[in-house]
Design a protein around this ligand. Structure first.
Ligand code: NAD
Length: 249
C-alpha cells in the first residue's frame, strides 16, 4: 500500500477529481478527511470508501473561511495526532458567461487562490512541528498558457497556486515538508462550468489536445497519489502536468 496509515485532508473531495483522489488514497491505505462545502455529496464519498473497507470522515469546510480551516485542521490533528497529506483541490470554474466580470474575478480568486493559501497557512506549522508532510496543490494547465473560453481570473488564480507552491516548497524543504503542484488539462466539466460544459464546445476543445480526448479523473488522482506518497520523497516545488500533451504542443 502506497500511503498506508497516512492521514490525508482533501478539499473539494465531494465530487470530480477530489472524490477520485479520496477513493484512490483510501484504497492505498490512507485515512481520508473529505473536506467540502457539499455535505450530501461528501457523505456519499465517505460511504463509498467505507464500502471498500477504507477509512474516511466528512468535515464541512469552506476553503474561503480561515476559522473553518482552523477548526477542521485542529480537530483532525487532535484526533489522528498527525496530518501527513493535504490536497488543496477545491475550486470553482472560470467558464462563466461574462469573462470580464469583476465580481467573478473576486469570487474565483477567493476560492481558488486564497483557499489554497489558507490551507497551507493552517497545515504548514503542524507539518513543520511534526517533521514531515506532503502538500499537493491542484492548479491547471491554465497556469501556463492562455485559455480562450475561460475568465482570465481563473488563469490568474491557478498561476498564483503554481508560484505559491514553489515559495512554500522552498521555505519548508528544510523541515521535510514537500509542496508540489498538479496541472490537469481538459477533464470532465466542473460543477460550476458553464460554456465549456456544452457538448459542442467540448468537441472543439478536444481537437486542440494532441491525444484527442479529455482526461479521466483517475489519471489526475494517480499523479496526486505519487506526489503525496513517500515515493516522491526528494521531489518538492515540482509541477506535474496531466494534459494529454496540450502544453507540449
Ligand atoms: N475539470 C477540469 O477540466 C479541470 C481542469 C484543470 C484543473 N481543474 C482543477 O481540478 C480541481 C478539481 O476540479 P473538478 O473538475 O473535480 O471540479 P468539481 O466542480 O467537480 O469539484 C470541485 C469540488 O470543490 C468543492 N468546492 C467548491 N468551492 C468550495 C469551497 N469554497 N470550499 C470547499 N469546497 C469547495 C465543490 O463542492 C466540489 O466538490 C480544481 O482545482 C480545478 O480547478 C479542473
Amino acid at each position: 500500500m502506497r500511503v498506508k496509515n497516512k492521514v490525508a485532508v482533501i478539499t473539494g473531495a465531494a465530487n470530480g477529481q477530489g472524490a477520485s483522489e479520496a477513493k484512490l488514497l483510501a484504497s492505498e491505505g490512507a485515512t481520508i478527511i473529505v473536506a467540502d462545502i457539499r455535505e450530501e455529496l461528501g457523505l456519499a464519498v465517505v460511504s463509498e470508501i467505507e464500502q471498500m473497507n477504507g477509512l474516511a470522515e466528512y468535515l464541512k469546510l469552506d476553503v474561503r473561511d480561515e476559522k473553518n480551516w482552523h477548526d477542521v485542521i485542529s480537530r483532525t490533528a487532535e484526533k489522528h495526532e498527525r496530518i501527513d497529506i493535504l490536497i488543496n483541490n477545491a475550486a470553482i470554474s472560470g467558464s462563466q458567461p461574462d469573462l470580464l466580470s469583476t465580481s467573478e474575478y473576486d469570487k474565483i480568486m477567493e476560492v481558488n487562490s486564497k483557499g489554497v493559501f489558507l490551507g497551507m497557512k493552517t497545515c504548514l506549522p503542524i507539518m513543520k512541528e511534526q517533521g514531515f508532510g506532503s502538500i499537493v496543490n491542484i492548479s491547471s494547465h491554465a497556469a501556463f498558457v492562455g485559455q480562450e473560453y475561460v475568465h482570465m481570473g481563473y488563469s490568474g488564480s491557478k498561476a498564483a497556486v503554481r508560484t505559491m507552491t514553489k515559495s512554500a516548497a522552498v521555505q519548508y524543504a528544510k523541515f521535510n515538508v514537500r509542496v508540489n503542484s498538479v496541472h490537469p488539462g481538459m477533464m470532465p466539466p466542473m460543477l460550476t462550468s458553464a460554456g465549456t460544459a456544452r457538448p459542442e464546445m467540448r468537441k472543439v476543445m478536444v481537437e486542440e489536445i494532441p491525444m484527442k480526448r479529455e482526461g479521466k479523473v483517475e489519471e489526475v488522482a494517480y499523479a496526486v497519489l505519487f506526489l503525496a506518497s513517500d515515493e516522491a520523497s526528494y521531489i518538492t516545488g515540482a509541477e506535474l502536468v496531466v494534459d494529454g500533451g496540450t502544453i507540449a504542443k
